[in-house]
Design a protein around this ligand. Structure first.
Ligand code: GLU
Length: 284
């Protein structure tokens, strides 16, 4: 198997030290394995993605000394592919339309009879307000759609499992049992308003279509991986090997965010630091 991995930033702000660590690690692991490092632009969120941030991603990564094959895959160009997969899931009776806003979901999940709202990999666990008793029929509507997780899990035979060569935030390795995913993860959104597809659906299709063998990414995405495995199984796609890595934190222990300009790669460049300085800062 050829080792193929990818770095998939969203062009919604400057890359910071955490991105540099993730990109270096994926690039180094690919190089050590004689494999391929791909860059992918996760620009599905059209309201937040900007061409100037995309340009800066290319600039910063080149400056760090990384190389990748071109042309790069941009998610915004793949909406027909995402739609095709949604149609497959719709035809299997696994999706339903849901127009609830985040505020609606928070309110419904906080209703007194519900107890404390449960948080999952996708924020507050959707309380199932729009879930129909029987799968909807007819053509797929052009509306936000959710996956009926309980129905989806019933379709899978065998546990939801993946190989982890790094670890989750609490030292977890890859085995997960599906029984409680209906409750702890819930009916995740797969088609979002204005975005065509959600991150969960697009990442699974992109990794499969790019023949990614190893997904190397931050531990913040560890809990989302079970969703990705469910989707891979439903769509008949291979499950890559996952390597979730530690997160780079600021001096107070907080995870770096896009708005944390002080730790932006561009800021370090402007200050005259070198790519080796950046490697030293992230202990690589
Ligand atoms: N675009 C995602 C992010 O910036 C990365 C997704 C992934 O690596 O699966 O967090």
């Amino acid at each position: 198997m050829t080792f193929r991995t990818r770095f998939a930033p969203s062009p919604t702000g400057p890359l910071h030290l955490g991105h540099a660590y993730s990109a270096f690690l994926a690039h180094d692991m690919a190089q050590a394995a004689g494999g391929v490092f791909l860059l992918r632009i996760d620009d599905l969120d059209r309201s937040r993605s900007r061409p100037e941030w995309e340009e800066q991603i290319y600039d910063d990564l080149h400056w760090l000394g990384l190389t990748w094959p071109t042309p790069v895959l941009r998610q915004s160009e793949r909406l027909p592919r995402y739609r095709e997969a949604l149609e497959i899931l719709w035809d299997q009776g696994l999706l339903y339309p849901c127009a609830c806003s985040r505020a609606d979901i928070r309110a419904a999940a906080s209703a007194p009879q519900e107890g404390a709202p449960l948080h999952g990999p996708d924020g507050v666990v959707y309380p199932g307000t729009c879930r129909p008793a029987t799968p909807p029929t007819g053509p797929m509507p052009d509306k936000p759609l959710r996956l009926d997780m309980a129905r989806a899990l019933a379709r899978l035979n065998g546990p939801v499992a993946f190989t982890e060569t790094g670890s989750g935030p609490d030292g977890e390795t890859g085995q997960i049992t599906p029984q409680d995913m209906g409750a702890t993860v819930g009916d995740v959104a797969l088609a979002r308003p204005g975005m065509g597809a959600s991150y969960h659906l697009s990442v699974v299709l992109d990794d499969a279509d790019q023949q990614v063998s190893h997904v190397i990414r931050g531990q913040d995405l560890f809990s989302a991986t079970q969703i990705h495995v469910v989707l891979q199984r439903l769509l008949g796609l291979p499950t890559p090997i996952y390597h979730h890595h530690r997160l780079i934190r600021d001096d107070t222990g907080k995870r770096l965010a896009k708005r944390d300009d002080a730790r932006a790669i561009a800021t370090y460049r402007a200050e005259g630091r070198s790519p080796q300085d950046i490697r030293d800062m992230v202990d690589l």
